[in-house]
Write a protein that binds this ligand. Structure first.
Ligand code: GAP
Length: 501
């Protein structure tokens, strides 16, 4: 990770806290690792993302319906899905400081220059490249210079703690030995009812998908929908991640936006390609630059035993390139498992062809918090803009797609007199009545009010001034181009509505 990437992340995290996008959960008690709260601006941004997803994949289609399932389900669901036995991460403990790590994220790095050992260190990193960069960083400055000068000619020996073969893995914190890796189930356990015994054990769902599978028959029986069709759900999921990290990227409580699309097995390849490309395009349409967005097809060896194909939509975050969404052809695995464990018939009967079959499932599964973080990273911009006196200054501006921007319009009276506040209030209220999130601000110089809205990512600022009193026109200033134009005061709602689609 380059230094300036860290710096960018630090600036973004500070802005998110300062402006009320994201707060640490229970911060007044010192926080709790892996849990985050969205503030007034963050909740609007996240809601816009979820609404946009729901409109695109459910409301604008004839072949999709939605559900909203409970978070705690019968524990048999998680036996059928394989989560009770297989939803494990490899865990290692430090024998010295007792710190815990995900074994597949801990690299032990040896760097040798000829016979001289330059560095032996444990590094907590997402992949080998990051581990190499962090190890270089860990070395003292003299060693670092030699590392940088020699580059790849140095002998690097690096192994992951879960793949160590007789080698000793080192703790990234204190450098002491780590234990061998062991399995750790990531589902949060709880008890249902008054008894806290094994018969009362239940789990917080680690994915929203299983609620959809469990309701597949209910949906078929109660709606007129026919294969091919999909069921969509947005909701919270919980995973007891060993090392939550990278801000909200890997949390213990997060929201998913998942689709299970049921189709004839012979059409599964076609639908898989359709959904993979459609989901990639959704992110680009909402403003993620295609140069930073990658569609990575999984190699055969990476696929789960039941999956026929899988691709990840990945984004270049400042901390590295990581997954936003996975699109998988899960075959008939899930429905077959639920048929076996529940004893209910999961076959589909096609009236026209008289064929009976268990549908294949294409699953586009995205993380809402990861999408939010990607849109925040993409939006963060520092550019030059003139201040009140026309002097160029650096401004921080969140260049959200207008459809995602938390506040759509800010309304200012130029001064707090001559009836300007009353007119501005009227425009502000008209925007609110049209369900446009509007912010009224009469405090301080107009330039400073613009800057505050730039940081919030508000695409339009409307100013009521002296000319408004004469001809009922107002100034609209556009966030990115800084261009100003005059429009009739009674056309503000329409103007904004047309530009935020
Ligand atoms: N039903 C399939 C499934 O859950 P997954 O790849 O484990 O697949 C899907 O999760 C998406 O959920 C990921 O692409 C990611 O966006 C999001 N996600 C998973 N774990 C997460 C975590 N710990 N924190 C935030 N988002 C997470």
């Amino acid at each position: 990770m380059a230094d300036n990437s860290n710096e960018l992340m630090d600036k973004l995290v500070a802005l998110c806290k300062r402006r009320g996008f994201i707060f640490q959960s229970s911060e007044i008690y010192g926080g709790i690792n892996g849990f985050w709260d969205y503030g007034p601006l963050g909740v609007e941004l996240k809601r816009n993302i979820k609404d946009h997803w729901w409109n695109t994949v459910v409301r604008q289609r004839d072949d999709m319906v939605g559900v909203d399932c409970s978070i705690i389900m019968n524990p048999r669901v998680w036996e059928a899905s394989g989560h009770v036995t297989n939803f494990n991460d490899p865990l290692v403990d430090c024998k010295g400081c007792k710190a815990r790590y995900r074994a597949d994220k801990v690299f032990t790095v040896e760097v040798k220059d000829g016979e001289n050992m330059l560095l032996l260190a444990g590094v907590d990193a997402d992949n080998a490249d990051q581990a190499k960069a962090a190890a270089t960083e860990k070395a003292n400055s003299k060693t670092r210079r030699r590392l940088e000068e020699k580059g790849d000619s140095l002998a690097w020996n690096m192994f992951r703690a879960d793949q160590a073969q007789g080698q000793t893995s080192r703790c990234p914190n204190c450098g002491q030995e780590l234990t061998d890796a062991r399995k750790f189930n990531m589902m949060f356990k709880t008890f249902v009812g008054a008894m806290e015994d094994s018969s009362a054990v239940a789990y917080l769902r680690p994915e929203t998908a299983q609620g959809i599978f469990a309701n597949y028959k209910n949906v078929l029986d109660t709606s007129r929908i026919k294969v091919p069709f999909g069921i969509a759900q947005v909701g919270k999921s919980f995973r007891n991640e060993i090392n939550p990290r990278n801000y909200t990227f890997r949390s213990r409580e997060f929201e998913q936006m998942e689709i299970e699309f049921f189709c004839h097995p012979k059409e599964a390849d076609k639908w898989y390609e359709y959904w993979r490309d459609a989901r990639y395009k959704w992110y680009v349409d909402l403003g993620l630059k295609s140069s930073k967005l990658h569609l990575r097809n999984h190699e055969k060896e990476e696929l789960a035993h039941y999956a026929r194909a899988c691709a990840d939509v990945e984004y270049e975050f400042p901390f590295g390139t990581s997954e936003l969404e996975g699109i998988a052809n899960r075959t008939d695995f899930d429905l077959t498992q639920h048929q076996k464990f529940s004893g209910r018939d999961m076959t589909y009967f096609d009236d026209e062809t008289k064929e009976k079959f268990i549908p294949y499932v294409i699953e586009p599964s995205g993380g809402c918090d990861r999408a939010t973080l990607a849109f925040l990273c993409e939006a963060y911009t520092e550019d030059q803009a003139p201040d009140e006196k026309g002097v160029m200054q650096t401004r921080v501006v969140m260049k959200f797609h207008p459809a995602l921007a938390p506040i759509k319009v800010a309304v200012f009276p130029l001064v707090k007199k001559e009836g300007m506040p009353e007119i501005a209030q009227k425009i502000h209220q008209a925007c609110k009545q049209a369900n446009l999130v509007s912010f009224y601000d009469e405090k301080g110089a107009v330039g400073r009010r613009y800057r505050r809205q730039d940081e919030a990512g508000t695409p339009f600022c409307v100013t009521v001034d002296g000319q408004t009193l004469a001809d009922q026109s107002v100034t609209v200033r556009e966030r990115d181009s800084l261009k100003q134009e005059r429009i009739p005061a009674d056309k503000v709602v329409q103007y904004v509505q047309e530009r935020i689609r």
